[in-house]
Design a protein around this ligand. Structure first.
Ligand SMILES: Nc1ncnc2c1ncn2[C@@H]1O[C@H](COP(=O)(O)OP(=O)(O)OP(=O)(O)O)[C@@H](O)[C@H]1O
Length: 568
């Protein structure tokens, strides 16, 4: 047999993975165990089909000649090269079995730069799937009839015994990286262990949802949304997932006057159920046993007190005329809605205006009441009166001067006040003042008694500075509105209707004939008139001419505003 002849393998043949340059030892165990019969291994092609003659020749050691391995170390290890020729000799004829290219496997170059892209880390199959073909074949075994017995250089035997039984596929768990076990939980004291809640089911009892029945309807109590002097207000969810506000009033500590107030509130809210600017009452229930009054209402987003607190306590608070005008109009709309029903709220303060989807609505009619024919009402004030910041002088005077046996004291001794719609206007003026100057008009007086005295004392002058919060100039129309609302003479105050009218210069500065006038512009107008009078040719203007001056100047000013956007 010629040593010059080389083995010749079909492309993709399991035999082709062996480097013929290394040669084959006829008795090498590796070669004897080649198995091509297991189709479950995806990269193993089906066994070669040989004719009977070829098989006979293959089984005969004499039938195969192998060419001497070519010493071609310069070739790139991945360069496709023509497979060594396996020649089958028969009757001195050389029959070539199909020539096939083979990827010659050589020692990998040590230099990284010589690597082909396919050798990049990302292209290398993950360790689980990486396998050594030599080993695979060994495990699977090779049918004897296909064993090649080629006299060649011996190859190193793999340390894995070919006698070892075929291994089952490894479990997934064996493929996951081994992580160190988590540290044991810290040791607890006996008391901790006894009192600690465990597991997901042990939610803190505080957060446990409470279910409430109101007149047979089930609600889930959510978070608390507000707190009043005598009540807590919660967000509750109905079975249809709609949200409501539930005001829970504890009645156990309430006196008769307070009870009357709560009853009055429910009566008024029922009466005003269709008034859009009043928070809607849906239902109420009195639990005599627990002494709790539950009032189910439309739910608001946040009250005006919170809105103002955020606006006035930010990093760089500034009086904002646009925002102020918006909320001023919203408040007027609310109060007008109840005044239309001849109801005086009598406890107007930022916390009692609730923003509901961008619109303000009135809440807390605890001391509100319907007024009588004399346009005033006896209002019961109990000990729950909080800050006097927004209270009108007339309400304080009456509250402060209860003389036993006087007609202004109720039978049970609670304080009575005769107040009317102007009292609400004073309170509105106080809220507007707070939006402009950052505090209600008398809030700077720390002592509560001194403050109350100042409100009622007409000699204490209320200041209206030119600059509001953040040094922003206060429009004079706004100052005019403030002055008119905060008059101690209740009869001199404007009505809410007047404050809302289109002729109000603060609410509607651009409506009608009004134009903003700067000092500079006024000086220009006076100059023009003086120049005209000085003109010797034209002489002093006639009375008819003077009559036309206002209309003429006004139209020129409007033109100027339209053209330049400013006056002056
Ligand atoms: N319907 C509602 N939706 C959302 N929040 C509300 C609602 N009603 C009241 N609140 C919140 O709860 C707070 C207290 O409510 P309310 O003024 O009605 O209680 P009160 O006990 O009558 O208070 P006060 O002591 O001022 O009379 C409100 O300032 C508001 O923030």
């Amino acid at each position: 047999m010629s040593t010059a002849s080389r083995p010749y393998y079909r492309h993709g043949s399991p035999l082709s993975v062996f480097n013929p340059a290394q040669g084959f030892a006829a008795d090498a165990p590796m070669m004897q165990r080649i198995d091509v019969g297991d189709s479950s291994d995806d990269e193993i092609p089906p066994p070669m089909k040989f004719s009977a003659l070829t098989r006979a020749l293959l089984e005969s050691e004499e039938g195969i000649e192998q060419s001497s391995p070519k010493q071609d170390t310069a070739r790139d290890y991945e360069t496709p090269s023509r497979a060594p020729q396996l020649k089958i000799v028969r009757n001195n004829d050389h029959m070539a079995v199909r020539p096939a290219p083979e990827y010659q496997r050589q020692t990998r170059p040590s230099s990284r730069t010589q690597h082909d892209a396919t050798e990049d880390q990302e292209n290398i199959p993950p360790p689980t799937f990486k396998r050594d073909r030599h080993h695979d074949f060994k495990y699977l075994g090779k049918p004897d009839k296909l064993a090649l017995h080629v006299k060649s250089q011996p190859v190193e035997e793999t340390p894995i015994s070919h006698q070892s039984p075929r291994r089952a596929l490894t479990t997934i768990s064996n493929n996951t990286p081994v992580r160190p076990a988590p540290p044991p939980p810290p040791k607890m004291s006996v008391l901790d262990a006894a009192t600690k809640t465990a597991g997901a089911s042990t939610t803190k009892s505080k957060k446990r949802r409470q279910h409430i029945l109101i007149n047979g309807k089930l609600f889930t109590q959510m978070n608390k949304v507000g707190k009043g002097g005598s009540s807590d207000v919660y967000c509750v969810m109905a079975e249809n997932y709609k949200l409501f506000a539930l005001k829970k009033v504890k009645l156990e500590d309430c006196d008769e006057s307070a009870m009357r107030g709560f009853k009055g509130e429910i009566d008024l809210l029922t009466k005003l159920a269709d008034v859009e600017r009043v928070i809607r009452l849906f239902d109420w229930e009195l639990d005599n046993e627990k002494q709790i009054l539950s009032v189910l209402m439309e739910k608001g987003d946040q009250d005006l007190n919170r809105i103002l607190t955020i606006a006035l306590n930010g990093t760089d608070p500034k009086f904002d005329p646009v925002l102020t005008r918006f909320y001023w109009k919203e408040m007027l709309e609310c109060v007008q809605a109840v005044h239309d029903y001849d109801i005086v709220h009598s406890d107007l303060k930022p916390a009692n205006f609730l923003s509901v989807q961008g619109k303000l609505k009135l809440i807390d009619f605890g001391i509100a009441n319907a007024i009588d024919i004399a346009h005033t009402v006896n209002v019961h004030r109990d000990s729950h009166i909080g800050t006097p910041n927004y209270m009108s002088p007339e309400s304080i005077l009456d509250t402060n001067a209860p003389t036993p046996g006087s007609e202004r004291t109720s039978n049970n001794g609670s304080r009575l006040m005769k107040i009317g719609k102007p009292s609400d206007v004073w309170s509105l003026g106080c809220i507007l003042y707070q939006m402009v100057y950052g505090r209600p008009p008398f809030a700077h007086i720390a002592n509560q008694i001194s403050r109350i005295m100042a409100i009622t004392n007409s000699k204490v002058v209320i200041e209206f500075p030119d600059k509001g919060v953040g040094g922003v100039t206060v429009p004079s129309a706004l100052k005019g509105t403030l002055r008119r609302c905060l008059q101690r003479d209740l009869h001199a105050r404007p009505t809410v209707k007047q404050l809302l009218s289109l002729s109000d210069p603060w609410l509607y500065p651009d409506v009608g004939n009004a134009v903003a006038m700067s000092e500079d512009l006024l000086a220009q107008i006076i100059d023009k008139v003086v120049e005209r009078c000085k003109d010797p040719k034209r002489g002093i203007p006639s009375p008819d001419e003077v009559k036309q001056y206002p209309a003429s100047f006004m139209s020129k000013i409007r033109e100027m505003v339209e053209r330049e956007g400013v006056v002056g």
